[in-house]
Write a protein that binds this ligand. Structure first.
Ligand SMILES: Cc1cc2nc3c(=O)[nH]c(=O)nc-3n(C[C@H](O)[C@H](O)[C@H](O)COP(=O)(O)OP(=O)(O)OC[C@H]3O[C@@H](n4cnc5c(N)ncnc54)[C@H](O)[C@@H]3O)c2cc1C
Length: 420
């Protein structure tokens, strides 16, 4: 067993831990900073992000892009690293970026590896000590200092930053143990659920649609809450549904189930068009369509396989002439087209979730410093906190901005100690 003293120990060297280390050393170069990470190599999640291209941030980041803790606290943290400064930060470490659809920013190289290497190299240039294969098992506070017990022995420090992430993709090393470390230091935990995760539907119901992608508007109705609508691309899969709009709505489905509230999800397959409008379209098609078959009419608006599946579900023969569809059958079809019920039976869980909803409540930290209100000298940053963003670079921005705030918080802590 070895024992040594460092000013600041950061537990977890993912996006939030690396950002915190870099900003802390830039703000207070005289402080010694060590990152302890349980993984053999840092940054597994950065490498898989954005399909291996890493969606680093977004041109427009607002507190409304996040769920979880108070929007005011989220705003305070995000304000610490505005868009221009984020771009400048990455440019400074050698990562130029370009904008893609929905304001997403990716490195020009389109390689997540470049983002990770730039962060690790910058941390090393600033003399941050990086200890991999050092899973932290316990943290205690003794006479004002922290004792951090990891695989390699005990380390002592004046401040600890918990940047252990959540539970999503546990094989990367973020398996939720950070929550236990936070709990051990006196924090409460908001129950966690997967977020940004594909959803499962009844077996076989949509299997024949597997591989079809289309724009839809999803509506989720949770008992006692205002219906929530989201638009975007949905992908039919062999297990159910995926695609950006499904991932974005998944956290709301999971939270409803967690809270044991009735929840219903429907898809408008003709986004932006209401029941009456779609019915009128079919009435007009019947009036002018001659001997056109109903399937051909639908297939003008959507993939043929989907048209066929909807007709079967509405009990309409696929080869019937459009003008021969009776009113009840037409209305049943329009109902499916504008509010297709998607009976969700579960999700693919943490193994496929991009983030974790829940975690350490934001009201237990000071959003101006990220310092724990429960355990002075402890800082929390990144996904371990009860904040989860939607698809589009928002989760990384939460990590980068939080890292900047931590650096300020650490500087203030050491200034205050110096004055004592
Ligand atoms: C497949 C996938 C794609 C994604 N794509 C994007 C994207 O393109 N854009 C975006 O904004 N977000 C994306 N995300 C989400 C984003 O990756 C996370 O929100 C972000 O990585 C969280 O950063 P973090 O540092 O808080 O946690 P993590 O990245 O999870 O890092 C935590 C670190 O702590 C270490 N650790 C955990 N417990 C211990 C312990 N006890 N002792 C020591 N070390 C420990 C882990 O090994 C890990 O290195 C994606 C996520 C996934 C899974």
């Amino acid at each position: 067993m070895t024992s040594n003293k460092t000013d600041i120990i950061i537990v977890g060297g993912g996006a939030a831990g690396l950002a915190a280390a870099i900003f802390a050393k830039r703000r207070s170069p005289e402080r010694s900073v060590a990152i302890l990470d349980g993984a053999k190599k840092l940054g597994a999640k950065i490498l898989v992000a954005g399909g291996g291209r890493c969606n680093v941030t977004n041109v427009r980041i607002t507190p409304q892009d996040y769920c979880g803790g108070s929007r005011n606290a989220i705003k305070k943290v995000l304000r610490a690293l505005p868009f221009d400064e984020t771009i400048a930060f990455f440019r400074n470490i050698g990562v130029e970026m370009h904008e893609e659809t929905h304001g997403k920013l990716f490195p020009n190289s389109n390689k997540a590896r470049m983002v990770l290497d730039a962060l690790v190299n910058e941390a090393k240039r600033l003399s941050v000590e990086i200890r991999t294969d050092s899973r932290v098992e316990n943290i205690t506070k003794r006479e004002g200092d922290f004792v951090v017990t990891a695989a390699g022995g005990e380390s002592h420090c004046s401040a600890v930053v918990l940047a252990t992430g959540g539970k999503s993709l546990p094989k990367t090393g973020s398996d939720g143990f950070g929550y236990e470390l936070a709990r051990g230091l006196g924090h409460r935990l908001i129950d966690d659920t997967p977020s940004l995760v594909p959803l499962l539907t009844e077996p076989d119901r949509f299997r024949q649609l597997s591989g079809i992608a289309q724009d839809v508007e999803l509506t989720i109705k949770v008992d006692g809450e205002k219906p929530l609508r989201m638009s975007g691309a949905l992908l039919w899969t062999h297990f159910g549904i995926s695609g950006p709009v499904v991932l974005d709505i998944s956290r709301h489905w999971h939270r409803a189930v967690l809270e044991k509230k009735a929840v219903a999800l429907t898809a408008n397959l003709m986004p932006g068009r209401a029941f009456n409008d779609v019915e009128q379209w079919l009435i007009d098609a019947a009036a002018t369509g001659g001997r056109q078959r109903i399937k051909a009419v639908l297939a003008g608006q959507m993939p043929e396989r989907l048209a066929e599946a909807l007709l079967i579900e509405a009990g309409i023969a696929t080869d019937v002439i459009v003008g021969q569809v009776n009113k009840d059958a037409r209305r049943a079809l329009v109902h499916l087209l504008t509010a297709l019920p998607l009976a969700i039976t579960g999700s693919r869980g943490y193994a496929f979730a991009e983030v974790t909803a829940g975690g350490v409540p934001l009201d237990e930290i000071d959003a101006a410093t990220m310092q724990s209100r429960v355990c002075p000298g402890l800082f929390l940053v990144g996904e371990i906190l009860d904040v989860d963003g939607r698809i589009g670079g928002f989760n990384f921005q939460w990590a980068w901005a939080g890292g900047k705030v931590v650096a300020e918080g650490l500087a203030r802590l050491f200034e205050a100690v110096g004055k004592e």
